[in-house]
Write a protein of this length. Structure first.
Length: 358
C-alpha cells in the first residue's frame, strides 16, 4: 500500500448545500470538495500521493499539455448500495486501459493498485457526495497530463495525475429515450495508426465540430465511419454501438485500433453471451444496418458507455436519408436493467465486477 496524505478541505460544502445539489445533480457541473493527486518526474517517478482540497491548478503557461495535448483520462462511476456502502465497477479494467492510453501518448504507467487506491482515498474523503437515487452515481474522472514547461516536442518529464469527482443524475430520468444520430460523412474520429484506441482529449476535440453539425441537423450524437472506406460503422463520439438481430445475435464493430475499447461494451458482450445471444465482433456496414432495419432482421440498435450506460438509438440520419427508428427493444432494456442492477447492487454480481470503495 502506498501512503496518501490527506489534507481535508478547510471550508467544506455544507450538508444542506450537498443535499440541494444531490436533488438534481445533472452531469459534470458540480464537483466534490477534494481531489486525489500524484506527481511524476522522470527522475523521481511517482511521488507525493495525496488528497487535497479541490481547486484551481497552478500551471506554467508553457506546460506541454496546453500546447501538444499530452494527456489521457478515464471515466467511471461510484454507486451507493442500499446498505450505504459504495462500490465502483471493474476499476482494474479502467486502470489497465489508462495505462494503454498512457503508453500511446508517451505518458508514464501508473500501478493499478495505486490507481484504485486513489479512487478509494477520494471517495473516502467525499462519501457524502455519492447520491442514492435510482441510477444516480458519483462520476469519477481520473486523468493524467504533462505539466513540464517546455515548448520543444518530446514526452514531458513532469506529469500530474489527478482524480476529480462529480455527482451525476440518472441521464434520462430512468426512461430510455431513443436518440437521433447523425452520420458524419465529412469527418472521421480516428485513423489506422492514430490515437483512436486511446482515451485522450484530442479525440474529443476533433469530434466537437461534427457534433455541432449533428446538433444543427436536430441530432443528439454523431456516428463515425471507417476512415478508409466510409461505409462501416465505428462508434459515437464517446459511446460504442450494438445492433440486435431477430435471430438472437448481437453485432458490434470489431476493435481494429480505431475504436475505443469500452468497459461497458465488454460488459454488454458478457451479459449478452450469458443470455444465450451470439456476439459477433466484426465489420458492420451502413448498408447492412439499413437493409436489416428495412427487412426487419435488425430489431434494436443501442449505444453504450459509462456516462449514460445504455441508450437506444432511434433514427439514423445520413444526409438526406433517414434510416428508420428501431425504438427501445426488449434486449436493450433487459441488458441495461441487468447491468445497472449489478452496478447498483440489486442484481447478483456473478462476474465479480464490483469493487468496494467505502
Ligand atoms: C470512454 C469512451 C467510450 C466508452 O467507454 P466506457 O468504458 O464504456 O465508458 C466509448 N468511446 C469513446 C470514444 C470513449 O472515449
Amino acid at each position: 500500500m502506498t501512503d496518501f496524505t490527506v489534507e481535508a478541505h478547510h471550508n467544506p460544502t455544507s450538508a444542506e448545500r450537498i443535499a440541494q445539489i444531490l436533488q438534481d445533480p445533472g452531469f459534470g457541473t458540480h464537483f466534490t470538495d477534494h481531489t486525489a493527486v500524484i506527481d511524476w518526474t522522470a527522475e523521481a517517478g511517482w511521488h507525493n500521493h495525496r488528497v487535497e482540497a479541490y481547486g484551481p491548478i497552478s500551471m506554467d503557461p508553457a506546460a506541454a499539455v496546453l500546447h501538444y495535448a499530452q494527456e489521457v483520462f478515464e471515466g467511471m462511476k461510484a454507486y451507493r448500495h442500499d446498505d450505504g456502502s459504495i462500490y465502483t465497477f471493474r476499476p482494474h479494467a479502467n486502470a489497465a486501459r489508462m495505462n494503454r492510453s498512457a503508453q500511446r501518448m508517451a505518458l508514464p504507467q501508473l500501478d493499478e493498485q495505486v490507481f484504485i487506491q486513489s479512487l478509494e482515498q477520494l471517495v473516502a474523503a467525499d462519501k457524502q457526495w455519492v447520491p442514492d437515487g435510482e441510477g444516480e452515481a458519483l462520476y469519477l474522472r481520473p486523468f493524467m497530463f504533462a505539466t513540464e514547461a517546455f515548448l520543444g516536442v518530446r514526452p514531458a518529464k513532469e506529469i500530474s495525475y489527478r482524480v476529480i469527482a462529480s455527482p451525476a443524475g440518472n441521464y434520462f430520468g430512468g426512461e430510455l429515450k431513443p436518440v437521433r444520430i447523425w452520420v458524419s460523412r465529412e469527418f472521421n474520429r480516428s485513423a489506422p495508426g492514430g490515437t483512436g484506441a486511446a482515451k485522450t482529449g484530442g479525440n474529443y476535440a476533433g469530434s466537437l465540430l461534427p457534433q455541432q453539425q449533428a446538433a444543427e441537423q436536430g441530432c443528439d450524437q454523431v456516428l463515425f465511419l471507417d476512415p478508409l472506406h466510409d461505409n462501416a460503422i465505428e462508434e459515437l463520439g464517446g459511446m460504442n454501438v450494438f445492433l440486435v438481430t431477430n435471430d438472437g445475435r448481437l453485432l458490434t464493430p470489431a476493435l481494429t485500433g480505431t475504436i475505443l475499447e469500452g468497459i461497458t461494451r465488454s460488459s454488454v458482450i458478457q451479459l449478452a453471451q450469458d443470455r444465450g445471444l451470439t456476439v459477433e465482433e466484426r465489420r458492420i456496414t451502413l448498408q447492412e444496418w439499413e437493409r436489416g432495419v428495412d427487412e426487419g432482421t435488425i430489431t434494436e440498435v443501442f449505444a453504450c458507455g459509462t456516462a449514460a450506460v445504455i441508450t437506444p438509438i432511434g433514427e439514423l440520419v445520413d444526409g438526406e436519408k433517414t434510416i428508420a427508428s428501431t425504438g427501445t427493444g426488449e434486449v436493450t432494456q433487459a441488458i441495461r436493467d441487468e447491468l445497472l442492477g449489478i452496478q447498483t447492487g440489486t442484481v447478483e454480481d456473478r462476474h465479480g465486477w464490483l469493487h468496494r470503495l467505502a
